[in-house]
Design a protein around this ligand. Sequence first.
Ligand SMILES: [Cu+2]
Length: 171
Amino acid sequence: MKNSLIIILAFLVGISVFFLGKQKQYHKMHFHGQQIGHENLKVVQPYARVSSASAKSGAIFFIIENGTNLEHKLIGATTDVAKKAELHTHSVDGDGVMSMSKINDGINIEPKSRSIFKRAGNHVMIMGLNRSLMNGDKIHLELMFENKVLKLEVLVDNKRSEKKHDHKMTH
Ligand SMILES: [Cu+2]
């Protein structure tokens, strides 16, 4: 009697170990987007652009990496150098004309994925600049997520985009 109980118990433990292993595999196979190697929500490679020193607005670009197992939603931004900071995106209409529009309902970043804010795509628009911004200037930016605020320092880097352009044009 005692022996058969032990056998049954061992069998049950074996079964659950087997299924736990399967479940882990299943989760691994069903990650969306690119897998991130850390377990935080973070912002990398930020930079800002202004069209000239007298510009009244500018744009900020970066990559949000969501290494957590939760979805995070970016809902807004604030900065020390402008009256307003808005989430913007670009869209192309039927005639191929690109225009910029404000995102009002936030941007979802899925678990274990990254979201790239780039030129001609999503960006943070800073409007009503309270001083002129030059290459190398530092901007304080706060990105507001539903459950979290991330503070970052952003360098004005107008050359970064030019470089990209140059690269395309090299022979
Ligand atoms: Cu914009």
